[in-house]
Structures are given as C-alpha cells and as structure tokens.
Design a protein around this ligand. Structure first.
Ligand code: PGA
Length: 252
C-alpha cells in the first residue's frame, strides 16, 4: 500500500511576523529547489501568521495548516477561531488534539472528535494527535491509551482522505528522547488495526499515520522508512529551514 509521506511542520507558539515570513520563504525556496519528489509538505504556523505565510508560500508545493480550531462555524466564542475562518485564509489542514492542547486546555477526545467533524464540514483535513505519557508507557499501557484516544477522537465519518493520525509519545516531544524504531512500528501497526476496526480496512490501509516527537534530520530515515510510518509531525526542527528540509532530504 503506497501512502504519500507527509512532512509536516508544527511551529507551535513561535514566530513573529518577520521570522515567520522568512521561514516560510526559506521553506518554499528549498522545496522548489528540491524539485519533484514523492513527498507532501505542510507548515502549520500560529493563527497570526497564516495569511502572511500563505503569501510567502506562493508557487511552492507546501500546504498550509492551523494548530487548532473551534467546532462552531461562527458565533459568540471569544478568542476562538472557526474551521470556516481557516478555510477562508487558505488552510488545507488543521492539527487537532495535540498533547499540549490536551494538557494545557484540558481538551477531551470527545471535543477533538467534534472539532474534527467541524473541520471536515469545511473541507479541511484533520491531523488528529494521540500518544501516551511517560507514566503510561512505563506501565505498559501505550497501545491501550492510543486505542482509547483513537476510538474517542476519530469521528465515525473519518476517511483516509479527510484524516491523518499523528502518533506522538508525550515524553518524546521536545525532549530529544525517542522510542526505538521497533516500538514505533509496533505502535503504528496497532493503531492501524484499531482504525481498521473502526473505519474499515480500506480506510485504515490508506490512512496516513505520522510519527512525531524529536524528529530531526539524523533520525528521520530510521522512522520514516518503517512500514506503517507515513510521515512526520515536526516541532522544534520545523523552525529551521535546513533541519526541516534535512528531514525531507533524508527520506527523499
Ligand atoms: P518536537 O515536537 O519535534 O519538537 O518534539 C513535535 C510535536 O509536538 O508535534
């Protein structure tokens, strides 16, 4: 089953206007220079940079995504951003249920499910994040935790066309620590099994499952060549053009 590798940058809460535009222009230039590849590129800047980054990416095959959205189309939700607004400024993707949002904003799987449905309704693709904490891993609960998060967060109408899963062990995010490639393959295969049960084998076999957590140019090939790993969700290393593209070049 061939699934197009997705190289996705999650900029998190980083970048003022000038830095964000410079980073986007750098990525756009390097992606153009790379020429034709089998890779799909995506950057997910903070809301404040979406419009300027969209402009800076003009002419390059790099998609735009956001890092969260509300489940309503519009209305009295001070401080929130709707999926319709994201679509309006040119987003194709939205990251939902990142562990930082699950932790900092107490987002439940039920809420992430609702947000995903709302994203689909605007034609956005949802990147639904799951992953265990260090304590859960030490207790041998990794696969159970991921299965539970998938069953709760992934809507019944998710398909390989509207959804990407990102497996990000919480303890590997921004720490420089990573699971072994054997562990990653095992968890991804287990995730695909759960997806098959929930959404049917056809969708599960076509759905991309990204690995995230301290991905960098030096370990990209190890993870991205695994059978059930279909790309990477990259935090820290997506903030430097040479690291982000270095990851792509490692697997090109
Ligand atoms: P990291 O973050 O690459 O900095 O570990 C990944 C993520 O949180 O998406």
């Amino acid at each position: 089953m061939s699934r197009k590798l997705l190289i996705a940058g999650n900029w998190k809460m980083n970048g003022l206007l000038a830095d964000g535009v410079a980073l986007a222009k750098g990525v756009a230039g390097e992606v153009k220079a790379l020429g034709k590849t089998d890779l799909e590129f995506l950057v997910c800047p903070p809301f404040t940079l979406l419009t300027s980054v969209k402009k800076a990416l003009r002419g390059a095959k790099v998609a735009l995504g956001a890092q969260d959205c509300h489940f309503a189309v519009k209305g009295a939700h001070t401080g929130d951003i709707s999926p319709a607004m994201l679509k309006d400024v040119g987003c194709a993707y939205v990251i939902l249920g990142h562990s930082e949002r699950r932790a900092d904003h107490k987002e439940s799987s039920e809420l992430i499910n609702k947000k995903s449905v709302a994203a689909y309704e605007q034609g956005l693709k949802a990147i639904i994040c799951i992953g265990e904490t260090e304590a859960e891993r030490d207790a041998g609960k990794t696969i159970d935790v991921c299965a539970k998060q998938i069953l709760g967060s992934v809507p019944d109408n998710a398909t390989a066309a509207n959804t990407v899963i990102a497996y990000e062990p919480v303890w590997a995010i921004g720490t420089g620590k990573t699971p072994t490639s054997k562990d990653v393959q095992e968890v991804h295969a287990a995730i695909r099994k759960v997806l098959a049960k929930k959404l049917g084998k056809g969708n599960a076999n076509k759905m991309r499952i990204l690995y995230g957590g301290s991905v960098k140019p030096s370990n990209a090939k190890e993870f991205l060549s695994l059978e059930d790993v279909d790309g990477a969700l990259i935090g820290g290393a997506s903030l430097k053009v040479e690291d982000f593209l270095g990851i792509a070049k490692a697997v090109k």
